[in-house]
Design a protein around this ligand. Structure first.
Ligand code: BF8
Ligand code: SF4
Length: 647
């Protein structure tokens, strides 16, 4: 029997049992071998920023309290935290830059297979980037948008343009506190400089720059990635698909696409449907080509094409253990080197595709946008060639759940809108009348230190039971989808009466899948739209809303958490928190920062207690808005609406 502390879903447990029987090592085994972790590293108290170190600080004051250079616990932990933000922002933003480069080539007609799919969104983004629209040719507008978007990364002074999408009050706070990013790359470079030995040695000042860096991610690199991906590949609309390892097929070539950048996966989707590719698969004895996603690539191709999701972050090795994965195609981020030895135990071709990310022992088929379809076909053929070499296959066929995905913020706007126009008004009205108590963004990773998916599922169930509508991205979205929370029926089964009534009226699940981790920018846009709609204060920090990443592990999650805090959101993380050895820094992140930004960090391992903290915060915000009194169910006329808006 597999250890039930490792995962909650039957598919993962079945594969873990299989790993145990076959003596194949997976992430949980390596986690156990690591044993009890170094306390200095865990709490942020180990510095190795220069060769006089590594220096460790004794949190109990019995050993050294200062590093050789005199740096104290708060400086050392703040420097780590700052570098985590920089690394996360760099990952999202380098992804964003890659999308912009593909977009520019496509706009110029130099990237085979790509074209502008959403002209309306192109025009909206053009306006936000100050590109002249008029009656200009779409191609010319797109080229100008591409250049402006590219400039946003290397911009050296002024303000990145997309911060104008934030509520006016939020922009004023950022200007007042001097945290508006000048350019995405510049703030990342400056963070690396400030955290070099002997530069910024005041934790508040380091975090202040961390805030500027994180805003450059959320309202810069990530946001432009989402926007241009939508323009290039289509803005998601609701669709039905399925999730978990049961989506793999015994009689078809299974290709898992894992990583983050959709430029390649989009082309694999296109190529996998071509008659020549299907004929090639048939020649090898397969009945078809079956694609499945892992991690955020999964979310990207799910949102736009309904391609099924095979699993979340910790299921990447488990997928190969089915013996049914013919090609595991990876690009960048959240890809385990452990895939290489696991693939070697099977017939699986592990294929790296990005020049930035090679794995020793994997086949490298480099993906180039200018011959994207050609690369995609080569990858598909490699997987087809592996198909006849399969050994025993053990797919947990029963473990497959349906889900509805595709909730871009434009779609939410449309679905909730009245008969005549798209609008967030009905959402605001239902928050005001108390049927919906508030909004929660639950996002982020899996982590071997906790039971796979357990915290995500427990937290989200508790939130919806208490009438909090949940917006999700990343692996967290995959975790709850596996448990059926992204089906409209979940409203009557799990949601409180008020939320269930709204969901049933509109026909949406109580938990909305908004995409990949760069798509957390969609949550920012939705929050800004709710503020703009009126009646719930004049800033994101006024909203009855909260954020969480209960099973986080990556530096990207820290950058995301910090830009949510900087945008005014109460944000609670589980598992562990990287500054706990530094008392003044932690107090600042958990309390002091709220006086400046309205949002703050919190840490809570227990997902139910974390959800209760979010609900308490939501209730406080409701009280501040005067929405804490029981409201009778009434139909609003215009005069009453105006009155409410004035609250
Ligand atoms: O960017 S949620 S494990 S896959 S880091 Fe990675 Fe975390 Fe998953 Fe997507 Ni996001
Ligand atoms: Fe030690 Fe200071 Fe060097 Fe860090 S920067 S390793 S605290 S001497």
């Amino acid at each position: 029997m597999a250890d039930t502390k490792r995962a909650i879903d039957a598919a993962s447990l079945q594969m873990l049992e299989c790993a145990e029987e076959e003596h194949i090592e997976v992430s949980w085994d390596r986690h156990d071998k690591q044993g009890i972790r170094c306390g200095f590293g865990t709490t942020g108290l180990c510095c190795r920023h220069c060769a006089m170190g590594p220096c460790n600080i004794d949190p109990f004051g019995e050993g050294p309290t200062l590093g050789v250079c005199g740096a104290d616990a708060d400086t050392i932990a703040a420097r780590h935290f700052g570098r985590m933000i920089a690394a996360g922002a760099a990952a999202h933003s380098d992804h964003g830059r890659g999308v912009v480069e593909t977009f520019l080539e496509a706009a110029k007609g130099e990237a085979e297979g790509y074209s502008i799919k959403d002209e309306q969104k192109l025009l909206a983004v053009a306006t936000d980037l100050d590109v002249e629209v008029g009656d200009r040719d779409i191609k010319d507008i797109a080229i100008d948008v591409g250049h402006k978007a590219l400039a946003l990364f290397g911009q050296q002074e002024g303000e990145i343009p997309l911060i104008k999408r934030a509520p006016l009050k939020r922009q004023a706070i950022w200007r007042e506190l001097n945290v508006v990013p000048r350019g995405v790359d510049r703030e990342i470079v400056e963070m690396m400089h400030r955290t070099h030995m002997g530069v910024d040695q005041y934790y508040e000042n380091i975090i202040n720059h961390g805030t500027r860096c994180a805003i450059g991610d959320g309202w810069g690199g990530s946001m432009i990635a989402t926007d241009l991906q939508d323009i290039l590949f289509g803005t998601p609309t609701p669709l039905l698909s399925s999730v978990n390892l049961g989506v793999l097929k015994e009689d078809e070539v299974n290709i898992i696409i894992h990583g983050h950048e959709p430029s390649l996966s989009e082309m694999i989707v296109v190529a996998s449907r071509e008659p020549e590719m299907l004929a090639y698969a048939a020649e090898k004895g397969a009945k078809g080509i079956n694609l499945g996603g892992i991690c955020c690539t999964a979310n990207e191709i799910l949102m736009r094409h309904g391609v099924p999701i095979a699993g979340d972050f910790l299921q990447q090795e488990l997928a190969i253990l089915t013996g049914a994965v013919d090609g595991m195609v990876v690009d960048v981020q959240c890809i385990m080197q452990g895939l290489a030895p696991v693939s070697k135990c099977f017939h699986t071709e592990l294929i790296t595709t990005n020049r930035r990310a090679k794995i020793e022992g994997a086949r490298h088929v480099e993906f180039h946008e200018d011959k994207a379809l050609e690369s995609a076909r080569e990858i598909i053929k490699t997987a087809c060639d592996a198909f006849p070499k399969r050994g025993n296959v053990n797919i947990p066929k029963a473990e497959r759940m349906d889900l509805i995905a595709g909730f871009s913020h434009e779609t939410i706007n449309y679905l909730l809108g009245g008969t005549f126009r798209a609008s967030y008004k009905p959402l605001n009205d239902n928050i005001i009348n108390g049927k919906i108590r508030g909004i929660a963004g639950v996002v982020g990773c899996n982590n071997c230190k906790t039971t796979l998916d357990e915290a995500h599922v427990a937290m989200v169930k508790h939130l919806i039971k208490n009438n909090v509508i949940v917006l999700q991205t990343g692996c967290s979205a995959i975790a709850t989808a596996k448990q059926g929370l992204m089906l409209p029926e979940a409203a009557s089964e799990y949601a409180g009466a008020g939320l269930a009534e709204v969901c049933e009226t509109v026909g949406i699940p109580p938990v909305l899948h908004m995409g990949s981790c760069v798509d957390n920018s969609r949550i920012l846009m939705a929050a800004a739209a709710v503020v703009k709609e009126g009646g719930l204060g004049d800033d994101i920090s006024d909203l009855p809303a909260a954020g969480a990443a209960p099973e986080w592990m990556s530096e990207k999650a820290i950058s995301i958490g910090h830009y949510f805090v900087a945008s005014g959101v109460y944000t609670v993380f589980g598992v562990t928190f990287p500054t706990l050895g530094a008392p003044r820094l932690t107090k600042y992140l958990f309390e002091g920062i709220a006086e400046q930004f309205g949002g703050k960090w919190d840490f809570e391992v227990d997902p139910i207690e974390a959800a209760n903290k979010m609900i308490r915060h939501i209730d406080e915000r409701r009280a501040a808005l005067g929405l804490d009194k029981e409201r009778e169910r009434v139909l609003y006329d215009m005069a009453m609406r105006r009155e409410l808006d004035a609250v």
